[in-house]
Each structure stands twice: as C-alpha cells, then as structure tokens.
Design a protein around this ligand. Structure first.
Ligand code: KIV
Ligand code: ZN
Length: 379
C-alpha cells in the first residue's frame, strides 16, 4: 500500500468559484475543520493576490497545526516572496509555484517560448527553495501540453529541488483513460520522478473530475488535489469526499491508504456550504441531503431487511447519523409499520391495511409524511 496524500484546495481553488470570497475568520474555521477531517495539505490561499488573502494565509499558518500549509504563487518573484512571508509561522510550510506549459497558454497568454517557460519554472523553484524545503511545482494546463515537453519541464524542476510535481487538467478536458495515460507517461518517462511525489489536480468541466482523479491515482499518483463539495472555478474541482469514499468503498482496487477521518466528511461539507453560501445539490454523491434517503417502497423494504441491498456506504462512516426512510406516497407497508413501531404504535397485521390506506390518502396530498402526521393519523 502506498500512502495517498490528500491536498485540500477549498480555500484557494474553491474560493475561486464565482461569487465566493472568504474572510480570514471564515477561512480559519474551515482550516481547523480540515485538520479534524485529516487532510494532509491545506492550500490556504494565493497570498500575492490581495492583502486580505496574505493575511488569511498568515493566520492559518500561525493557528492551524497538524497539516502542511501551502500557499500558491506564479513564477513571479514577488509572488514567491509573498508566499514565503505568509507561511513563516507554519509548522510545515509548502510553496506551490508554477507556470503554464500548453502551447495555447505559452503562446497566447504568457507570450513565452518553451525554453523561457523552463527557465522561469526552474528559477521559481530555486527561489522557493531558499525559503522552504517543501516546494510543489504545478505545470498548468499539463493535460493539453506536449507530453515530451512536459517531461522536460518536470525533470528540470525536480533537478532544481521540487518535492512534488502537479499535473493539472486545468480546463477539465480529459477523460479518465487519457488522464491515466498521461500520468503513466510521466511516471515512465521523467528520469528523476522517484525524487518527487506526483500530484493530480482535475477540473470538472465535462463532469469527470472525480473519475479522472481516480484514473490518475490508479496510474501511480500519490497526491490528489480537490475541494470539499467540489467547489471551484467554473464547474468546480474534484470533490475530495467523492475520491476518498470511492477509495474507501473499493478498498484494494487502488493500492493506497489515506489518513482521512471519514466521519468528519458530512460536518465538513455542511460547514463549507454554510460559510461559502454555495448549497450542496440534494442528489450530490456522499454529501447531498438525499444521498442516504430511500423513497420507493421496494427500496425501503430492502433497506429494512438488509441495509446493503441499496446502500454501498454505511451513513455512519461519513458522519450521517443513520439512513433515513422518507415516508411518501411511494412508501410501502413495511416502511410504514417500521416507523410506526419506532414511534410506539404496534399495528397488527389486520389493522395495517386500514392504516396504510389512510396513510396513502394523506401522502397523496403531501410530499412527505412527518412524525406528527403519523401521530395525527393514529389518533
Ligand atoms: O487548475 C490549475 O491548473 C490550478 C493550478 C494553479 C494548480 O489550479
Ligand atoms: Zn485548479
């Protein structure tokens, strides 16, 4: 089993979601919860982007212990110096520096030649190393880069001292098999790859960020980046809770182990949603309000007989107190009798049919039947 490091960027890439700006206290509260969740790295912000973000990263570095605290920078000298300044009091500081490597980004955005990009990348890693031992390099838009060029860049930055190399699918363009192939290509062609941790960072533009991240892990990456609830630029980032629970549920398929306390997943999701103001869709995997609810009669009957008939995750494991049977017009006699029993009404076989017919009449008028409705019905 190799260790899979969980890199949370809710406070940096997540905060880049349209409409989200977190103040220092909000970031601090989320940072402390991320430690409880057991993530290995917290990317706290982009210190050079604003005085407020510098202050947030500095405060988190000072007050949040028990995880690596990371700050983002471009290859610009001022960014790196700012990052180092913000991370001064961190227990375990990391600078995450990088530059774009795809033709469209190099030619049209940076207006730099490939050799100039390599020069800037190496200089940035060397400058970061003067401040901290742990330096992560991101090759922005790596998925759309020319793989042999990506290999050249990564070899040079590892030579310059990068301890982690990040291969982002910045625009969410990959499919799982292609992304897995790129990670394998890096593992097999970068001569000095053994000296660095390979990290993956996926965006969700085609709805494949989680699948792509899992493909990258299967191909040998030892660090996965993402956000809680999948928040982030445009369609968001990989949802960390989805990756963690996919690995947990299918233990053995990936050959990795993690240090996450899965029981904190639900609380972390609720906190991030409340503070960011971004609601979690009710059908969202793992953390959606309906993720452990059962509405149809057939499913409710199955669950009451044996939970695993319709649940692949025990809700306790992610901190959801118990699976919920929602009583509605779709529910059957078994679910109704079970809930009535929990409320202290023991209905015999002969009475159940009468009670069930009254229940259906009521349920046809209301979307959901609550306990008080059942009390009224029984009275
Ligand atoms: O998506 C991306 O490429 C990024 C980098 C800055 C790591 O967020
Ligand atoms: Zn990103």
């Amino acid at each position: 089993m190799r260790r899979l490091y969980i890199f949370d960027t809710t406070l940096r890439d997540g905060e880049q979601s349209l409409g989200i700006t977190l103040n220092v206290n909000e970031k601090l509260e989320i940072g402390k919860q991320l430690v409880k969740l057991g993530v290995d790295i917290i990317e706290a912000g982009f210190p050079a982007s604003s005085p407020g973000d510098l202050d947030s990263v500095r405060t988190i570095a000072r007050e949040v212990k028990g995880a690596i605290i990371c700050g983002l920078s471009r290859t610009v000298e001022r960014d790196i110096d700012c990052c180092a300044e913000a991370l001064r009091e961190a227990e375990y500081p990391r600078i995450h520096t990088g530059i774009a490597v795809s033709p469209v980004h190099m030619e049209r955005k940076l207006r730099l030649s490939p050799d100039q990009v390599i020069e800037a990348a190496v200089a940035a890693v060397k400058r970061s190393k003067k401040y901290v031992g742990d330096v992560e390099f991101y090759a922005e838009d790596a998925f759309r880069s020319d793989p042999p060029f990506l290999v050249r860049v990564l070899e040079k930055v590892i030579e310059a001292g990068a301890t982690v190399v990040n291969i982002p699918d910045t625009v969410g363009y990959a499919t799982p098999w292609e992304y897995g192939e790129l990670v394998s290509y890096v593992m097999n062609h970068v001569r000095n790859i053994g000296r660095a941790v390979v990290s993956i960072h996926c965006h969700n533009d085609l709805g494949m960020a989680t699948a792509n991240a899992l493909a990258g892990i299967k191909a040998g990456a030892s660090q996965v980046e993402g956000t809680i609830n999948g928040i982030g630029e445009r369609a968001g980032n990989t949802s960390l809770e989805e990756v963690v629970m996919a690995i947990y549920t299918q233990r053995g398929r990936y050959g990795v182990e993690m240090g996450v306390n899965t029981r904190e997943i639900s609380a972390t999701s609720r906190l991030v949603s409340r503070i960011s103001g971004v609601p979690v869709p009710s059908h969202k995997a793992i953390v959606g309000a309906n993720a452990f609810m059962h509405a149809s009669g057939i499913h409710q009957d199955g669950i009451l007989k044996e939970r695993t008939t319709y649940e692949i995750i025990n809700p306790d494991v992610v901190g959801v107190p118990r699976n919920r049977i929602v009583l509605s017009a779709r529910s059957g006699r078994h679910a109704l009798k079970h809930r009535l029993g929990e409320l202290g009404y023991h209905v015999g076989r002969e009475d159940l049919e009468t009670v069930y017919q009254s229940f259906l009449q009521l349920a046809d008028q209301k979307r959901e039947i609550f306990d008080q409705d059942l009390h009224a019905l029984m009275e």
